[in-house]
Ligand binder design. Structure first.
Ligand code: AMP
Length: 433
């Protein structure tokens, strides 16, 4: 029986037209990150499973339910990375990058894998762009990162992104708060979903992550961590907020924003967009001041965010420049090798050339070029080839000139400037003064 193979549920193909938008978004991200002193880093997609169990956290949804984990042929448990931060921390320790002058600023693009229930805006393979900074505790940095995120989203054409912030405390103040939270959560436990009932035992902070309206209603009654911060965390949070105000950035304190991972300390944040529906976070992140040490590295603090590319691209308004290319129309026995050589030379000059090998009459070729959206057509038959010339037709004006093959590259290069047209060239193939 014939069955057709399709993409795995929760994954998707990104087809050429859409790829242009991805490339545009990636180019803008790179420009912004590099302007802020970040450098690109690339790490493997596959990592030892313990990397995530240790860092992401044993009680998190990601580790308990969502990881793509399997045993490889060497009997080792490996995982397709569900998030990026543990990998970059591993790489920093492994290559002793912490010996370089601090702060270390990195950015990264790539696929992540989480086995969650697919829905709009939630995939099993999705792509993130991440930034991380290590070695700087100043809350002004936390604000600078959000200021950069806001600028980036505006450059990407996201209208009215909303910044939510919170502080989740530190190992000094959080344990006391957690025991109070557990006590209070026990009281509302019967009214929570099954997952949240388990969370009350394992890690009551996770109750705040639940997206079910019933649980959210109940969670709103629980004590808020920002009311139980130690003096150092409260100062850090106040300074962070005043630096946000310094940058003129609008934000809202969202006490429920505890984020789904264990390693966060102090600052957490998300940027949401109303255009996204239920999965409304475009990016999220926070501080992880003890993560490097947890992995056996030096005691260096860190902060970063991850932005989902699929979600970003559903709300970003990006303009992709029209691609202008030249189409080579027609050839005979003599013209074919000359045409092929010509194409190679033009491509070496960076001119985009489309050629097709099917021989057709000129009318059919011109209509084909039109359908494909060519900006110009090179008409080259045996007769032209013998004379060392070709016809050059500009599709938008319909103007056609005979030009020598030797001059063609030069003319096309000059025609790439959007304001130039073929009427600017006289019969001697030189631009009119
Ligand atoms: P997180 O690592 O969960 O904080 O996610 C950071 C960002 O990645 C989110 O704000 C989303 O934009 C994106 N993201 C997370 N999970 C998914 C998913 N399953 N599918 C698509 N995008 C996701």
């Amino acid at each position: 029986m014939k069955t057709s193979v399709t993409a795995i549920k929760g994954t998707k193909d990104i087809l050429p037209e859409e790829v242009k938008l991805w490339q545009k978004a990636e180019t803008i991200c790179r420009q912004v990150f590099e302007a802020y002193g970040y450098r690109e880093i690339r790490t493997p997609i596959i990592e030892p499973t313990e990397l995530f169990v240790k860092g992401t956290g044993e009680t998190t949804d990601i580790v308990t339910k969502e990881m793509y984990t399997f045993t490889d042929k060497g009997g080792r448990s490996v995982t397709l990375r569900p998030e990026y931060t543990p990998s970059v921390v591993r790489a920093i320790i492994e290559h002793r990058l912490y010996l370089q002058p601090a702060p270390l600023r990195f950015y990264y693009f790539g696929p992540m894998f989480r086995h969650d229930r697919p829905q709009k805006g939630r995939y099993r393979q999705f792509h993130q762009v991440d930034i991380e900074v290590f070695g700087e505790a100043d809350p002004a940095l936390d604000a600078e990162i959000l200021e950069m995120a806001d600028y980036l989203l505006r450059r990407l054409g996201v209208s009215s992104p909303e910044t939510l912030i919170n502080s989740v405390g530190c190992p000094v103040c959080r344990p006391n708060y957690l025991s109070l939270l557990r006590q209070e959560a026990e009281k509302i436990k019967p009214r929570l979903c099954e997952d949240c009932q388990r969370r009350v035992e394992l890690n009551p902070l996770r109750v705040f992550d639940c997206k079910l309206p019933g649980c959210q209603e109940q969670a709103a009654l629980l004590p808020r961590i920002t009311d139980y911060l130690c003096a150092a965390c409260a100062d850090h949070f106040a300074a962070f907020r005043s630096w946000l105000e310094f940058y003129g950035l609008n934000y809202r304190v969202e006490p429920k924003l505890v984020r789904g991972l264990d390693y966060y300390t102090r600052t957490t944040f998300e940027v949401i967009s109303s255009g996204l529906g239920a999965q409304n976070a475009i990016l999220g992140g926070g501080r992880y001041d003890h993560l490097m040490k947890l992995y056996g590295g030096p005691d260096i603090c860190g902060i970063g965010f991850a932005m989902g590319m699929e979600r970003l691209l559903t709300v970003a308004k990006l303009q992709v420049e029209e691609e202008r290319f030249v189409y080579l129309a027609g050839w005979g026995e003599k013209a074919k090798p000359i045409g092929l050589r010509l194409c190679r030379e033009l491509r070496r000059l960076g001119i985009h050339v489309l050629l097709e090998y099917k021989e057709k009459n000129l009318k059919a070729l011109l209509s084909r070029a039109n359908k494909l959206g060519a900006a110009w057509v090179i008409i080259l038959g045996d007769q032209e080839a013998e004379l060392g010339v070709c016809g050059l037709k500009e599709m938008k004006t319909g103007v056609q000139r005979t030009v020598s093959l030797a001059d063609l590259g030069n003319i096309l290069k000059r025609l790439e400037a959007p304001e130039k047209t073929l009427t600017d060239f006289n019969s001697k193939e030189e631009p009119k003064p």
